[in-house]
Design a binder for this molecule. Structure first.
Ligand code: PDD
Length: 278
């Protein structure tokens, strides 16, 4: 695999980052994941915009222009022959002698790599649906910044696996925030409910597109917190992310949601999203 590190395209074995990199020592970095379908980047502009916002919020310098970033994405997709898969991008504050204060003169480290995922858009899970557990949300408070600080979501994923489930929905003050790496939704009657934007959740790029398509299709959308009990009593539930698109959720904490199978609103939104974006 060819990867990109600080201006160079290299075989992955030759790509190196300093042991003093603040991404490594402090999780002082941000990232984006953009999906590729039919060799084409999905919603690159949305990811580039959120990247800029994450960098700004952390007062981190942006080492590349949006045009350069697009070119690097395209180069990696082409060089690695990615038809279906993901492009991962990470920017950290760079290498500096270890100190909690931000260094004044560090050069940001930029790394991109691809992951081939054949069959990404026709995952069998879209037909069977996912099972989730609910866990307490123990992440830091600025979840609107897409940082590489992913240990708690990683633990959440392991808790889900240990319970024989696919993912965990995190709960704070009685309401669901989001999944470990996706935004969470329920459907009651004809209404789609998902948490409002704020510092408690990541402002999903897929979320923005899906809500736009839902409203264009005259569906009702409520952006507000919802509880696990509401989810248990819902007709349908689903998640969205750049890697899962729209994926049904059919069980929470061992209880079936609706008919315990993917529902029509979820299926329709998945179809619209994939049709419109690819
Ligand atoms: N995760 N919420 C969290 C906590 C996320 O990590 C993600 C994305 C999302 C969905 O955002 P988007 O629609 O922009 O992908 C919501 C990526 C896919 C990841 O970590 O792999």
């Amino acid at each position: 695999r060819t990867v990109y590190v600080n201006g160079e395209y290299l075989p992955e074995e030759e790509a190196k980052v300093s042991v003093f990199d603040r991404g490594f020592l402090f999780a002082d970095g941000v990232y984006e994941v953009t999906s590729v379908l039919g060799g084409k980047l999905i919603d690159f502009a949305g990811h580039a915009k959120r990247l800029k916002r994450s960098l700004d919020e952390l007062q981190m310098a942006n080492p590349v222009t949006e045009e350069e970033l697009l070119e690097i994405h395209r180069q990696l997709v082409a060089r690695n022959g990615i038809e279906e898969g993901l492009v991962y991008l990470q920017i950290t504050r760079g290498a500096a002698d270890r100190d909690f204060a931000f260094p004044k003169d560090a050069t940001p480290t930029i790394v991109l790599f691809t992951q081939a995922k054949p069959g990404l858009a026709d995952s069998p899970m879209a037909k069977t649906g996912m099972k989730v557990i609910s866990i307490e949300d123990q992440r830091w408070g600025r979840r609107d910044i897409k940082t590489v600080q992913l240990l708690y979501p990683s633990m959440g994923k392991m808790m889900a696996k240990a319970a024989g489930c696919d993912d965990a929905w995190m709960v704070e003050d009685g309401a669901v925030t989001e999944g470990t790496s996706n935004n969470a939704y329920i459907v009651k009657g004809k209404t789609i409910v998902t948490r409002h934007l704020g510092t408690e959740i990541l402002h999903g790029i897929t979320r923005a597109a899906v809500l736009r398509f839902a409203r264009e299709a005259q569906m009702t959308v409520e952006e507000r917190p919802f509880t696990v009990d509401e989810a248990k009593a819902a007709d349908e539930a689903f998640i969205t992310s750049a890697s899962a698109f729209v994926m049904p959720v059919v069980e929470i904490d061992g209880q079936a949601i609706g008919a315990g199978a993917p529902g029509p609103v979820t299926a329709r939104l998945r179809e619209i999203y994939l049709d419109e974006m690819r």
